[in-house]
Design a protein around this ligand. Structure first.
Ligand code: KG4
Ligand code: ZN
Length: 458
């Protein structure tokens, strides 16, 4: 049994310590790329011939005994963790911007950037201290380079490159959504590729078939909002206490309500695909709130018993339909995934919304019916965290996919390779529907196309 020391800076209470069991990572890729490996990562390397040469290889690590520090700053949490390649979590520190979120009712990029900048040094230092290590003991630094808010990503990437430059460490650029999926492999030893993953967070709603490390087929995505955004807005309109973010507050209130009280319609019934839409459900919720004369100026703590019960009914009814939409899409995605890869055995559900107990229990029923196994990381590994970044760094590092150490004297105005809009996989051609987002501008080539393209060049 291995333990993870978890701590949060700022105002949040300390969560309980998660105990993760691990008997060793069984699905270890043995092949280490030495030459001509695709580099996803820094601009300096992308600009030159993409390769990982043996001169870039770390001197302090063998690929089976790595200690990687992961930095996550893509949205509103400054999260850092130190993870060993056997899956042991040596430390995990999160500085949350929950007070800012509660005050402004959402993430304001400029303020989030400032908050990250204020705490990043301290969070990294604390993560190293808790792991009883110095940066000298690290094998590499992993950092989220997208998707996310550019201003916020930049803070993490700058810190990662400073640290890597100062201690001559290789650096691994990580895809935030891949990290949400792969963190499940720390806790489920039998989670081999291929597997199906439902990734549900504040900004993303993805159904992907993970065929291999770096090879994802996107079966579905949201054509407008993600489920987490719908939870957050509904919580805000119901004047819930947003200090722990909207999702958990809404989940809590929904327990008191009647989920059949308000008749919301399930999104995209007519579209027989695996895409999602939550904008229409948000509108239905807003109209229901208006028609019941709920005053968002009155916080839930000050609401009358009757008013509280009315809000709880809306919360429960919203949650039922929001999750039913997930269930329906997962059912179809299982069929599609089996057509492509009949050997799938697992459905991974991860991302902030996957920490919701109702979501977990409903999806558990879906996988049971379909003879699959549900893998849901513990809640503190579902919401944004540094462990998933460090772990994804380890997985790619083992395959030889990393950047050489940046120069120790990298100029302050260095232009980082950030990927705010960065798909994880290639769209499943047979699953395309006419109901798709028109927003395709400034999208980076997908992680899968970059890696698979470079593999073909080998
Ligand atoms: O993955 P995450 O931490 O950050 C992003 O990548 O967006 O997900 C954050 C989202 C927020 O919308 C938050 O309200 C939601 O996850 N969330 C929840 C719960 N815990 C977090 N939604 C529903 N129920 C929860 N218990
Ligand atoms: Zn996330």
């Amino acid at each position: 049994m291995l333990s993870s020391a978890i701590s949060r800076l700022n105002f949040l209470p300390k969560p309980s310590i998660a105990i993760l069991s691990h008997e060793g990572f069984k699905h270890c890729e043995q092949r280490l790329w030495n030459l001509n490996c695709s580099l996803l990562y820094s601009r300096s390397c992308v600009a030159s011939t993409p390769r990982v040469s043996s001169s870039c290889a770390p001197t302090r690590a063998s690929k089976d005994d790595l200690v990687v520090l992961g930095i996550e700053t893509s949205c509103d949490d400054t999260a850092v963790a130190v993870v060993r390649s056997n899956g042991e979590i040596l430390s995990q520190v999160i500085s949350s911007q929950s007070e800012l979120l509660a005050r402004y009712g959402g993430v304001a990029p400029k303020m989030a950037e400032e908050a990250h900048s204020l705490v990043i040094d301290q969070v990294v230092e604390e993560a190293l201290d808790k792991a009883n290590l110095t940066a000298n003991n690290l094998s590499a630094v992993a950092v989220t380079i997208g998707p996310g808010l550019s201003l916020c990503l930049r803070v993490g990437v700058r810190k990662a490159r400073k640290l890597a430059g100062a201690f001559n460490l290789p650096i691994i650029g990580v895809h935030h959504m891949e990290a949400h999926a792969l963190v499940a492999r720390i806790i489920e030893h039998d989670l081999h590729f291929p597997f199906l993953a439902l990734l549900i967070s504040g900004g993303h709603n993805l159904l992907v078939l993970a065929r291999d490390l770096g090879h994802y087929i996107q079966l579905g995505t949201t054509i407008d909002d993600a489920i987490g955004e719908a939870y957050d807005k509904t919580a805000k309109w119901l004047a819930l206490d947003l200090r722990k973010s909207g999702g958990p507050a809404l989940e809590e209130l929904a327990k008191e309500g009647n989920a059949q009280a308000v008749k919301f319609s399930t999104p995209m019934k007519q579209h027989k695909d695996c895409n999602f839409s939550y904008a229409g459900l948000k509108t239905q919720v807003r109209l229901a709130i208006e028609s019941r004369n709920i005053n968002p100026e009155i916080p839930i703590s000050a609401a009358s018993i009757q008013e509280r019960s009315s809000r709880a009914d809306i919360a429960a009814s919203f949650q039922r339909i929001a999750v039913l939409h997930l269930e329906e899409r997962c059912e179809r995605a299982i069929d599609w995934a089996r057509k492509i890869d009949p050997s799938i055995k697992h459905l991974v559900v991860s991302g902030g919304v996957a920490s919701n107990k109702y979501v977990r229990s409903r999806l558990y029923t879906v996988v049971e019916k379909n003879d699959l196994k549900l893998v849901c990381p513990p809640p503190n590994l579902c919401t944004d965290n540094g462990v998933m970044v460090a772990w994804t760094g380890i997985e790619h590092f083992r395959m030889g996919r990393f950047d050489p150490p940046p120069p120790a004297d990298e100029p302050e105005d260095f232009v980082y390779d950030l990927r705010p809009r960065w798909p994880l996989g290639e769209e499943y051609a047979e699953g395309r529907s006419e109901a798709r987002s028109r927003r395709t501008a400034r999208i980076h080539p997908s992680l899968t196309s970059i890696i698979q393209g470079s593999l073909r060049q080998q």
